[in-house]
Design a protein around this ligand. Structure first.
Ligand code: F0G
Length: 359
């Protein structure tokens, strides 16, 4: 494996030229793990094999690194001194890290009080100027677009087209691993860049003769932040999955195209279901992903309940878990009940506790 997505997939990334300095933290090449225990736990049918693309294994702990290596490399090529983004947390962590790697400044605008602690600490540690605004992600993105239009900051949100170019490489990796496209690909939808990027990746690999088919794209939003399902922007999006707390996605049209061209769907799931799936994947597979990632897992469960999946042939379903669980330790402690048992430092006492806990 060549290091970093630009080196690995350069032939599919025409924006990269000999003049582009490659700013990388060796993102990509993340694991694709079959998840049989989780499949059972979600009551998915037996003919369906479930594969998890664990994007939490990227250098800053989310899929954003794939897009950020492209955005910051191109910014460096232009001689930019600083990058700027709005974020629910992960984009800001990636922007700050890749900017540091390139010797650039970074500025991030965040919705105040709505960003998980791990993500905030990453942005701060990588030296970003962090501004928490009294508004949500959609308002932050509007402000950033406005400021970048008139000031010397390079915009590194996914409205920057090279971001999605980088992110499409995750679809390539899935195909490279499976030997063909999956039958379905499930993914959380927030600002809708990633579903757009995956669909582009699958289509480009298909056109290059690397797959025999295209997957149906299954996108899932949180019920309190589901503008694409509702068909109109949501002014005050609400969900515990703060990563996808977005009411007016920038890549709305891309998501709709992915859904319609692939014959898939975009649906919503409740926070309650998201939290159940969040706990289930950690407990049944040893994969710790942040709450937003559980959205497509809950979505698959609900589709299976409705009898959505054909039962008469083998199916392969891949699902992207977009960010690492360590990003949001507060939520993890709340969901797990924080049930730490206490015992004196003494063998007998410990065994007594274990008897209560296990036997
Ligand atoms: N999952 C995670 C963990 C995310 O951080 C995001 C988006 C998504 C899913 C949704 O992806 O926006 O491409 O549809 N996070 C952005 C951010 C908005 O600022 O970090 P999308």
């Amino acid at each position: 494996m060549k290091h970093g997505i630009i080196n690995a997939y350069r032939a599919f990334l025409p924006d990269v030229t000999d003049a582009t300095p490659i700013i990388t933290l060796y993102e990509g090449d993340t694991p694709l793990l079959e998840a049989p225990r989780l499949r059972e736990r979600l009551f998915l049918p037996d003919n369906l094999r479930l594969f998890i693309k664990f994007e939490g294994m990227n250098p800053t702990g989310s899929f954003k690194d794939r897009g950020m290596t492209m955005a910051v490399s191109k910014a460096a090529e232009r001689g930019a001194q600083a990058v700027m983004c709005a974020s629910t947390g992960n984009t800001s962590a990636a922007a700050a890290a890749y900017a540091a790697r390139a010797g650039m400044r970074s500025v991030v605008l965040l919705p105040r009080g709505e960003v998980a602690m791990g993500k905030l600490s990453q942005a701060l540690m990588h030296g970003a100027t962090v501004l928490a605004i009294d508004g949500n992600f959609d308002e932050a993105l509007c402000l950033v677009r406005d400021i970048c239009a008139t000031h010397p900051f390079d915009l590194v949100n996914s409205v920057n087209p090279v971001r999605l170019e980088g992110q499409k490489t995750a679809a390539f990796e899935i195909v490279d691993e499976l030997g063909d496209a999956p039958d379905y690909h499930a993914i959380p939808v927030g600002n809708a860049g990633n579903i757009t990027a995956y669909w582009r990746g699958f289509r480009q690999y298909h056109a290059a003769g690397k797959t025999t088919k295209l997957p149906k794209m299954l996108g899932f939003q949180a019920a309190g932040a589901s503008p694409i399902v509702d068909g109109h922007p949501v002014l005050h999006p609400q969900t515990i999955a703060t990563a996808i707390r977005i009411g007016n996605p920038a890549s709305w049209q891309g998501a709709v195209a992915a859904r319609d061209e692939s014959g898939g769907l975009i649906d919503r799931v409740s926070d309650e279901r998201i939290l159940e799936a969040y706990a289930a994947v950690a407990a049944s597979e040893g994969i710790f992903a942040e709450p937003a990632c559980a959205t497509p897992l809950a979505g698959l469960q609900s589709l299976a309940e409705q009898g959505y999946f054909p039962l008469d042939r083998p199916l392969r379903v891949s699902v992207t878990l977009t960010g690492h669980g360590l990003k949001d330790p507060d939520r993890a402690l709340k969901v797990s009940g924080g049930s730490v048992r206490e015992a004196p430092a003494q063998k007998d006492a410990i065994l007594r506790e274990l008897e209560k806990a296990i036997f």
